[in-house]
Structure formats: C-alpha cells, structure tokens
Unconditional design. Structure first.
Length: 174
C-alpha cells in the first residue's frame, strides 16, 4: 500500500498569546498514558477570540483542545496548568478534589506555539496559560460543550462501543 499526503488543509491556528474561554471539559476515561499504562484522562476545550476566515467554518472561533492526566498531584501537568490559570497554588484541601466543570466559561490567555514533529508536520499547541488580564473583555463560549470527533472517538473506544465513529488524525484541526 502506498500512502501519500492527500493535501487536506486546515486553516492554521494563530500563534502567540491569545484570549480564550473554556467551552468544555470532557472525561476521556481510562486511556493509554506513559509507556502504555492506563491512566484517567480528560480533555479541556477552549475557544479562541480569533475567528476562522476560510471554508465552512468562516466566522467561527478557532477551538483548541489539550489532553491531561486527571490528577492534581503537585507535579502533574494539569495541576501546573490550573495553578497558572488561577494565579495561585492549590491548598492540600483543594487537592482532595477540584470540580473541573467550574472551568467552563472561565476566561484565560493561551500562549499558542507552533511546533514541527519528526516527520516535518507542523502543528500548534498550548504552551502555557495565564488568567485574564485586568480589564480584559470577558468572552462567553459560543459552542458550550463542543466535542470534536477525535474526543468522541476516544470516549467511545474507551467505553467499548464497537459502533464508535471512525476518526483519523485529519479530523484534528491542528
């Protein structure tokens, strides 16, 4: 079988520090993590203030998603992200349980950075996060609860749904 670049283009996600609002938190259940070990994962979905200008999605906000291990251990990426977003550390009591759904509608600034993988494919990731700046215009989610196909696929596969929708990396717009 010969595999080639089919030339599917997505409008590039803008880079730099951009205002955003959390539009959804999705529990991904148990997923393969470091060295294939099953770990509880979640996905955070943000809408950027920037809007698409091309194709069927012209006029809609860019959305970005990141997966995290569902842990508030002080060394976890999720804990570091939430502390940077909140602008303060968690107390030991708060580490006992944090309601993630409270983040939906919360504003922030995302530092979006372009990276290139070993095969030369370019993508944009969330490099860091900060809370909103004083006086910054408050954003409301335009698509609350939005779930990209690739997240729905992960959830259905984890649940053992043999009728889970097919998805591929080309469905991920970054």
């Amino acid at each position: 079988m010969v595999v080639k670049d089919e030339g599917r283009d997505f409008e590039a996600i803008p880079t730099g520090v951009l205002p955003a609002v959390c539009s959804a938190i999705h529990d991904l259940g148990m997923q393969p993590g470091f060295q294939g070990k099953l770990t509880h994962k979640l996905a955070i979905v943000w809408e950027l203030e920037e809007r698409r200008t091309l194709g069927d999605f012209a006029g809609k906000r860019f959305t970005v998603c990141e997966k995290y291990t569902a842990s508030l251990n002080e060394r976890s990426n999720l804990s570091k992200l939430l502390e940077a977003w909140r602008g303060k550390s968690f107390t030991p009591e708060q580490r006992e349980g944090f309601e993630m759904s409270a983040l939906v509608g919360a504003n922030c600034n995302l530092n979006m950075v372009e990276n290139t993988n070993k095969s030369g494919k370019t993508f944009v990731n969330v490099a860091s996060i900060t809370g909103s700046i004083k006086g910054q215009k408050k954003m409301e989610p335009e698509q609350p609860g939005y779930m990209p196909k690739w997240i729905a696929g992960l959830i259905n596969v984890e649940a053992g749904d043999s009728n889970a929708p097919e998805f591929d990396d080309d469905d991920i717009p970054f």
